[in-house]
Write a protein that binds this ligand. Structure first.
Ligand code: MG
Length: 263
C-alpha cells in the first residue's frame, strides 16, 4: 500500500509517551493476527475470519486500521497461495488443506497504528511452500536485525533481499514496508531490496524512536506482480507461491524492539 519516491521526507521519532501507546497498538495488532491465524482452518471462509478478527480489535478498544483506508472494505487482508498481499476477505473464498494463507492486519489505538502480517500453512503443504514460509520469516528477522541506531536503512533492505535470493527466491519490488505511527503509512519507505539510487530513503540513518513496519513479500518465482480486477488483490505474475511476514518495530539504543510480538 505504498508507492515509490525519490525525495526523502522527514522521518519523525516517537517520544516515550507516544511509544507507550504504540506498544499497546502493537499488542492489539498482534492479538488480532493471532486470532485470524488460529481461525484459518480448512473450510472456513476468509470473510468469517475477517469478521472474527474485527470483533477482537474492537473489544480491545481499538479500530481496524485497514477498514476504509483508500476505501478498502475489510479489517484484514487475506491472501492465498499466489496472492502476495491485499486479498479482500469474501464469503466465496474458502481456505483449503494445502493452502498457504497470508493475513495482514493493523489496529488503531488512541491515535496510533500497529501493523503486522504472517503466512500460515493449512494442514499439509508442499515442501516448497514450507520452505518459502520459513525463509520469508527468516528474511523479516534478518531485516529487523539491521534496524539499529546509526545504521543506514539500506542495510535492512539488503539483508532481506540477500536472504531471499540466497534461497533462490525473489523479492517483490512493487510493494514496500513503511514508517508507521499516527499514520499507517509514514516516511520512510522501507524497500525489501537494494538498488543503488532507487530510493532516497536508503541513506536514512536510523535513530532511536523511529518506528518501522518491515514486511518482506517473497516469491518462489519471479518478482513481478499483477493486480486483480477488484483493484486490490495482488498476485505473482507467474502464478508462483508468495509469502508475507511483517512486524512493527521501534529502533532503540538497546537494539530493535518488536512492537507486534508473536509468542
Ligand atoms: Mg504494512
Amino acid at each position: 500500500m505504498y508507492g515509490s519516491g525519490q525525495k526523502r521526507a522527514h522521518v519523525n521519532r516517537k517520544r516515550a509517551d507516544e511509544l507507550e501507546i504504540m506498544v499497546q497498538a502493537g499488542r492489539i495488532s498482534a492479538l488480532a493476527l493471532h486470532t485470524a491465524l488460529e481461525a484459518l482452518v480448512p473450510g472456513v471462509s476468509t470473510l468469517a475470519v475477517d469478521e472474527l478478527t474485527e470483533e477482537v480489535i474492537r473489544e480491545a478498544g481499538a479500530s481496524p486500521s485497514f477498514k476504509g483506508f483508500q476505501e478498502y472494505p475489510a479489517s484484514t487482508c487475506i491472501s492465498i497461495n499466489d496472492a502476495v498481499v491485499h486479498g479482500i476477505p469474501s464469503d466465496d473464498v474458502v481456505v483449503r488443506e494445502g493452502d498457504i494463507v497470508g493475513v495482514d492486519v493493523g489496529a488503531f489505538f488512541q491515535g496510533f497504528h500497529g501493523d503486522n502480517a504472517a503466512t500460515k500453512a493449512i494442514g499439509e503443504v508442499s515442501d516448497e511452500a514450507r520452505r518459502l514460509l520459513r525463509v520469508t520469516e527468516e528474511a523479516l528477522h534478518k531485516g529487523i536485525g539491521e534496524a539499529v541506531v546509526g545504521q543506514r536503512l539500506k542495510a535492512v533492505s539488503s539483508a532481506i533481499q540477500g536472504h531471499a535470493q540466497a534461497h533462490g527466491y525473489s523479492v517483490v519490488r512493487d510493494l514496500l514496508g513503511h514508517g508507521i505511527g499516527r499514520q499507517m503509512h509514514e516516511p520512510p519507505q522501507v524497500p525489501n531490496y537494494y538498488e543503488a539510487g532507487a530510493f532516497a530513503d536508503y541513506e536514512l540513518t536510523l535513530r532511536p524512536g523511529m518506528t518501522l513496519a518491515i514486511e518482506p513479500m517473497i516469491n518462489v518465482g519471479g518478482p513481478q506482480v499483477v493486480r486483480d480486477r477488484d483493484g486490490w488483490t495482488t498476485r505473482t505474475a507467474d502464478g508462483s507461491l508468495s509469502a508475507h511476514f511483517e512486524h512493527t518495530i521501534v529502533v532503540t539504543k538497546e537494539g530493535p524492539r518488536i512492537l507486534t510480538p508473536r509468542d
